[in-house]
Design a protein around this ligand. Structure first.
Ligand SMILES: CC(C)(COP(=O)(O)OP(=O)(O)OC[C@H]1O[C@@H](n2cnc3c(N)ncnc32)[C@H](O)[C@@H]1OP(=O)(O)O)[C@@H](O)C(=O)NCCC(=O)NCCS
Length: 170
């Protein structure tokens, strides 16, 4: 478990399948993620199991200590020990009341500590839809820099959207 005084990052469990199905395929989440497809319980559980089987990713559930409530998720993906980098993904504070309170920043601080001082990585990268201004500002605030842009990359809401590539190097 990764902890600070306000939050805990605990490993994703198979039992969390329904929780994250509700988060990931909510109307709100449609705007932030590339993939958005209503999932059956069985398909979703199989997806979670496939995440848990992967050796090159670590998935966390974000728990708020005060309320003892699970409020979101985040993952380190494509962990590459030769090049010492990984992708930050599935970033979601699902509980809207818990956004803009500094929790996301705390989550990133805990993950940086883990990735750089335990896994011995040196770089973390991420992708964000260009029109997700809040998330882009969030990553900037956390120290990520813009590396480039994939133009007209993701089809969503009837149009092709640009995707910004960002990274943080220790
Ligand atoms: C993006 C997200 C993870 C940020 O987490 P958060 O807990 O709300 O962010 P924080 O409160 O830690 O804010 C940190 C910084 O992000 C930026 N930020 C946060 N909310 C913002 C908003 N509504 N508008 C603009 N910038 C914002 C600010 O720079 C802020 O720093 P400041 O408070 O000192 O100004 C969260 O809003 C979320 O889950 N959004 C929906 C899912 C999503 O977009 N995921 C990313 C997919 S790539």
């Amino acid at each position: 478990m990764l902890n600070d005084e306000m939050i805990q990052l605990r490993p994703l469990e198979l039992e969390d399948s329904e929780l994250i199905r509700n988060w990931r395929f909510s109307e709100d989440a449609y705007n932030y993620f590339y993939e958005w497809q209503p999932q059956s319980k069985a398909n979703n559980q199989a997806w979670v199991q496939s995440m848990l089987n992967k050796k090159d990713e670590i998935n966390f559930i974000i728990r708020q200590k005060k309320s003892n409530q699970d409020i979101g998720m985040i993952s380190l993906l494509h962990i590459d020990y030769r090049n010492r980098h990984c992708e930050l993904g599935r970033v979601l504070i699902a509980d809207e009341k818990s956004r803009a309170l500094g929790i996301g920043k705390r989550v990133i601080t805990l993950l940086f500590e883990y990735a750089f001082h335990h896994l011995n990585l040196r770089k973390i990268y991420c992708e964000v839809l260009e029109d997700n201004v809040r998330a882009y500002n969030f990553y900037k605030k956390c120290g990520f820099e813009k590396d480039g842009l994939f133009k007209n990359h993701i089809f969503k809401n009837g149009e092709y959207k640009n995707v910004v590539h960002m990274s943080y190097e220790k």
